[in-house]
Design a protein around this ligand. Structure first.
Ligand code: BG6
Ligand code: MG
Length: 252
């Protein structure tokens, strides 16, 4: 059980001592700004665009497919592809290009895009994990907060293994385990149930509009990672995941 006490911020000289004091205060008693106790037991991280820049590799692969199909896919178009499943992304890409194909050809195109994506990802180094992310996960777990990964990607396990972070999570949920893709809340509700916590005890970190929508639909708090304009529905928006400070939990 973890409470953050905003009113008992540690005042120590060295940064290390401040952090130790913060951890102590977390496990004691803390109040939210509206003076109601809040309880956060888990943080759930999206993968692509939150832990590593694989969102960019997804974009490159979809762009390559659009090029082959004879139209240009822009970064702005790509915002609609973030967070949603492979086949839903393909439907959006085809709609953007004004193209109709048979169900069989949809699978051919989706496989082609996936082959390119996997090719980019396999050349990725573990150092490509966003700065500060591992540190944040370690801080959260040291404070007794559970940490899960919830990604719509069916390649999530491969990416996590390539980054050597498979042991950093208490639970991992990916696109192979759910029937409904974000913005449906299923993936986050499944992550919470695997962690043994209630939805309202979770904070989700998301870079996709569909992901923010899913987190809110699940009854969770959401930290958007990226543009405040794009992710305005989130409780808070930060530019990069590693910027998040655990003392901010009480202010969400
Ligand atoms: C999400 C990405 O994490 O996974 C989407 O934000 C992607 O862009 C989706 O389409 C599915 O990924 P995959 O690896 O199963 O094709
Ligand atoms: Mg994402």
């Amino acid at each position: 059980m973890l409470y953050l006490n905003l009113w008992r911020r540690p005042i120590k000289s060295s940064r290390k001592l401040i952090f130790e004091e913060l951890l102590k205060s977390i496990s004691s008693h803390v109040l939210s700004p509206d003076k109601k106790s809040i309880l956060i037991k888990a943080c759930i991280f999206d993968l692509d665009g939150v832990i590593v820049d694989t969102a960019h590799y997804h974009f490159l692969a979809w762009k390559r497919l659009a090029d082959e199909l004879g139209f240009e896919l822009t970064e702005a178009d790509n915002e609609r592809l973030k967070g949603v499943s492979r086949m839903q992304s393909l439907d959006i890409v085809l709609e953007l290009g004004g193209i109709t194909v048979s169900e069989h050809n949809k699978f051919v195109l989706a496989n082609k895009k996936n082959t390119w994506f996997v090719d980019y990802v396999e050349r990725m180094a573990p150092e490509e994990i966003f700065p500060g992310v591992k540190h944040l996960i370690h801080e959260l777990r040291s404070a007794g907060i559970k940490v899960a990964l919830a990604s719509s990607s069916k390649n999530a396990k491969t990416v996590v293994q390539l980054l050597h972070i498979q042991n950093e999570f208490d639970a991992l949920v990916d696109g192979t385990m759910v029937a409904n893709s974000k913005p449906h809340p299923e993936i986050f509700l499944l992550a919470a149930s695997k962690l043994g916590v209630k939805p309202e005890e979770c904070i989700v970190f998301e870079d996709a509009e569909a992901g923010v929508e899913a987190a809110l639909a699940a009854g969770m708090k959401c930290v958007g990672v990226g543009s405040p304009l794009q992710l305005k529905a989130a409780h808070k928006v930060i530019a990069k995941t590693g910027e998040f400070k655990i003392r901010e939990i009480a202010n969400l």
